[in-house]
Ligand binder design. Structure first.
Ligand SMILES: Cc1cc2nc3c(=O)[nH]c(=O)nc-3n(C[C@H](O)[C@H](O)[C@H](O)COP(=O)(O)OP(=O)(O)OC[C@H]3O[C@@H](n4cnc5c(N)ncnc54)[C@H](O)[C@@H]3O)c2cc1C
Length: 464
């Protein structure tokens, strides 16, 4: 086994992991503890945000170790901190190209070519959505793609609920939801169920479920929470409003496997094929973990478990091929994990005209009226996963500009009036002000370069 000290990085990585959901981070924790110094490409936009699907949900009540539940984004922050603590290196970008036809394998991200002796693919899968009017606003506020995850939410207890789909998952979810809701509407596009006979029989025999044949949901309504859906009868073209508090999609998942087509064996459903119950793919040295290779279980804990298997398998493979380069750390025990900074609301007492990043309406009002520097205002809400992703990115931008630009965070739940005045429709939203003028607004998670290019332009114009 080869050895390397800390300063002597190998040109070829031991292990690259693509994806930062529970599968990717668990693989990273195991590989980092095995002194392989894995490089993890988190993903950014293409196949979901860094942290994966759990960043898009609120309470996770079934992940072991959290008896009172944990917020999805907080769980992912913890996994990330643990992976970094043991020496995982991160690239916060999408992997754009891979070449699995040569050894070492090649991966391209952030326009850099990375060579690696082994690879773990943990790019996850995305639940298919209907893209209804009202869907984005009500996502995780009554609309969900996971009945097992969100069915027991208190807001749904004793209420009417609906499931969209006609296959096994839809039927299973409809039956499952009868435990919580007073009645379940199953919305089926065709005249029959595609589910297996026994599953269909269970639905048909259940008096708590009514099936709407030849029907499709065309609109979701609600303000803070879903209150109703409009259902179109495709035969009669009549629209019927259903007053429901929960709408669950069971219309399939799309695995994030575009990058690997024609390089790895994929199933018809486009999930990566692996050895039965194991992480090995059709290419030696390439392993798959989590939802990307699991069309059946798709849970945080199953993804984490398979990430562990993939890391152990990669380590064994690298050792057997005499490719593992052990990277020793100078420290016996790593330092304690660093969690994301939580900043307190700024008041008159702790306000500073030169602070890089402050929070709340007080610093916003002061800087808006008194500062001649560009002000980046990020509107967040406490349970918004994409906000967790964007905040550290913006902080890095502010640090790069060394005080030439200042940041203010507005929690739209605490500062509703400000959010209303700023016409904020969702979080995260970022607005850039200069001399009391709104120069630009961005919605959702964007690449750092997009913000930086715009700010550079503004600063150049200002100094001209
Ligand atoms: C709304 C919702 C609620 C849920 N609630 C629960 C729950 O309560 N409990 C539970 O156990 N499970 C829950 N799940 C399921 C759970 O989130 C998934 O099973 C789990 O996240 C799968 O983990 P993963 O690591 O395989 O993939 P994901 O979490 O999907 O992560 C995939 C990662 O790959 C990255 N990626 C994709 N393409 C690329 C690329 N080209 N380059 C680099 N990176 C890329 C993405 O950015 C992401 O970081 C829920 C799912 C949803 C959608």
């Amino acid at each position: 086994m080869k050895k390397n000290n800390e300063l002597n990085q190998p040109k070829v990585q031991n292990l690259v992991i693509i994806g930062s959901g529970p599968a990717g981070f668990t693989a990273a924790i195991y590989a980092a503890r095995a002194k392989l110094r894995p490089l993890l490409i988190t993903g950014f936009e293409k196949g979901g945000i860094p942290g994966g699907q759990l960043m898009t949900t609120t309470h996770v009540e079934n992940y072991p170790g959290f008896p009172d539940g944990v917020l999805g984004p907080e769980l992912m922050d913890l996994m990330k901190a643990q992976a970094i603590r043991w020496g995982t290196e991160l690239i916060e970008a999408d992997a754009e190209r891979v070449n699995l036809g040569i050894q070492p394998f090649e991966v391209e991200a952030e326009k850099k070519l990375i060579k690696t002796n082994s690879l773990i693919i943990a790019t996850g899968a995305s639940a298919n959505r209907l893209n209804l009017p009202g869907e984005n606003l009500l996502w995780s506020k009554g609309i969900s793609a996971c009945a097992i995850c969100d069915g027991a939410t208190p807001q749904l207890r004793g209420e009417e609920l609906a499931v969209v789909g006609g296959g096994d998952s839809a039927c299973e979810e409809a039956v499952y939801l009868t435990k919580f809701g007073s009645h379940v509407h199953l919305i089926v596009r065709s005249k029959k169920l595609r589910a297996s006979g026994s599953m269909a029989d269970r639905v048909l025999a259940n008096s708590q479920i009514s099936i709407h044949w030849n029907s499709e949901v065309i609109k979701a309504e609600g303000d803070d929470w879903l209150t109703s859906i409009n259902v179109l009868d495709r035969e009669t073209s009549k629209t019927n409003q259903l007053k429901i508090k929960g709408l669950f999609y069971a219309i399939g998942h799309t695995p994030n496997t575009d990058l690997f087509k024609e390089q790895l064996d994929l199933a018809e459903s486009e999930y990566i094929k692996t050895a039965l119950g194991r992480p090995e793919t059709s290419v030696e040295g390439v392993f798959a973990a989590g939802d990307v290779s699991d069309s059946e279980w798709r849970q945080g804990i199953t993804a984490a478990g398979s990430g562990c298997k993939a890391a152990l398998a990669a380590e064994r493979w690298l050792t057997a091929k005499n490719l593992a380069v052990i990277i020793e750390s100078n420290q016996l025990e790593p330092e304690r994990a660093k969690m994301p900074l939580k900043i307190e609301t700024t008041t008159e007492k702790n306000y500073s005209a030169n602070s890089l990043w402050q929070k709340g309406n007080y610093p916003l009002r002061r800087l808006y009226h008194e500062s001649n520097r560009p002000i980046l205002v990020i509107y967040t809400s406490p349970e918004c996963g994409p906000c967790h992703v964007l905040k550290p990115q913006l902080r890095r931008i502010l640090e790069d500009f060394k005080g030439e630009v200042q940041g203010v965070e507005i929690d739209i739940e605490a500062d509703t009036q400000i959010a209303r005045q700023a016409l904020i429709k969702g979080t995260p939203t970022v607005q850039l002000f200069l001399n009391k003028e709104l120069k630009k607004e961005w919605r959702g998670v964007k690449q750092r370069s997009e913000f930086k290019d715009f700010i550079n332009n503004i600063i150049e114009t200002k100094t001209r």
